[in-house]
Design a protein around this ligand. Structure first.
Ligand SMILES: CCCCCCCCCCCCCCCCC(=O)SCCNC(=O)CCNC(=O)[C@H](O)C(C)(C)COP(=O)(O)OP(=O)(O)OC[C@H]1O[C@@H](n2cnc3c(N)ncnc32)[C@H](O)[C@@H]1OP(=O)(O)O
Ligand code: UBL
Length: 290
């Protein structure tokens, strides 16, 4: 009797929802983004206890592809869980240049940042022993914040330059002592407008202070399949290129701006080439961070 009543309500409600989603592109877009957020929250909630139990807390080991000592799947769990999301959303990654990650010791990886979907692109190619720099607010995203914390993400307060700088100098010390790579989004925020934002200089200060190479990574534009302004979120193919390392040995603080500009110009050229878009006519001069 009760299950019959439930069916009586559930079926028309599901049909109505399906109809609404069909009719409203905005609603359909929002539902898809919401499903991604829910998936991340759910997957993090299920994965966090495994990471906690196995590794006993916050460690970069939680992000590793495979533990060569015990071949334990928990070590690769975060990466592999996120890598599987692409099948649900019909996304494919064509990756080139992975051999450039084969540098001895630590390095600073810089890449462009377009949307929350970047987490899939990040996990697609994330090298071993690599932590990311993230804004402090992400720590409060429920279970997603917890899984980031457990995976070793370093949180900075973007509103306080001095705080961000002191956290980054701590990162520099840890990089060399613990042989850790650091992944930074130098645009400092998401940007899906089909171009790169001016780069902040933190990543380049860090690379020069620690005398480690910078490895630029470029993802092609998402605008053909993901565009919030057009309520567009379909399947798509993303081209990814890991560029050759730029060595910083011998560079000093005075070289930061030049290093930043070189990376920006190279990454912007690569971005346009991978995205199949011409350099913009308006604002064709690369606008570099001051
Ligand atoms: C199982 C399922 C799981 C599902 C979930 C999956 C989750 C998986 C985890 C993945 C986690 C990924 C996390 C990604 C998060 C992405 C982000 O949050 S992006 C936003 C945060 N990141 C950044 O902001 C990094 C880039 N920013 C910088 O580098 C900035 O420079 C800064 C250090 C933050 C400071 O910024 P700001 O305050 O705006 O100041 P600036 O203008 O940049 O600099 C002012 C001044 O200071 C100089 N300077 C900067 N840094 C340094 C330094 N380290 N040392 C010395 N001096 C520095 C800079 O040069 C400027 O001086 P100048 O004279 O003008 O040159
Ligand atoms: C109990 C609290 C529940 C909170 C619910 C929050 C829902 C969000 C949950 C999941 C989203 C998954 C995304 C995973 C990682 C997102 C990383 C990211 O892309 O952060 C954005 C940041 O780089 C730049 O931020 P801004 O562009 O400056 O802004």
């Amino acid at each position: 009797m009760e299950s019959g009543g439930l069916l009586l309500w559930a079926l028309p409600s599901a049909l109505l929802l399906a109809l609404l989603l069909q009719l409203s592109p905005r609603l359909r877009f929002r539902a898809k983004v919401l499903s991604y957020c829910a998936l991340c929250l759910m997957a993090s909630a299920l994965t966090a206890p495994a990471c906690l139990l196995w590794n006993g807390g916050r460690t970069v080991e939680n992000m590793r592809l495979v533990c060569l000592i015990c071949l334990c799947p928990v070590h690769r769990i975060i990466k592999n869980v996120v890598r599987s999301f692409k099948y649900l959303y019909g996304l494919r990654f064509d990756v080139k240049g992975l051999e450039h990650f084969q540098v001895e010791g630590p390095c600073v990886i810089v890449s462009n940042h377009q949307s929350v979907l970047d987490m899939m692109g990040l996990m697609e190619i994330l090298p071993d022993r690599c932590v990311q720099i993230g804004k402090r607010e992400l720590l409060y995203f429920g279970s997603v914040g917890l899984i980031m914390y457990l995976g070793g993400v370093i949180f900075i307060n973007r509103k306080s330059t001095s705080n961000a700088k002191s956290v980054m100098s701590g990162v520099g010390q840890a990089m060399t002592t613990d042989n850790v790579k650091v992944w930074i989004y130098p645009e400092g925020t998401r940007n899906g407008n089909g171009d790169l934002l001016p780069f902040k200089k933190g990543a380049f200060h860090l690379a020069i202070q620690t005398q480690v190479p910078v490895i630029p990574v470029v993802y092609s534009s998402f605008t053909t399949f993901y565009n919030p302004e057009k309520n567009l979120f379909t399947s798509g193919r993303i081209r990814v290129e890991v560029l050759p390392p730029i060595h910083t040995s011998g560079m000093t603080a005075t070289d930061v701006t030049e290093l930043c500009d070189t990376c920006y110009t190279t990454m912007r050229e690569t971005f346009f080439r991978l995205s199949g878009t011409a350099r913009r006519v308006n604002g064709s001069t690369p606008h570099l961070a001051q």
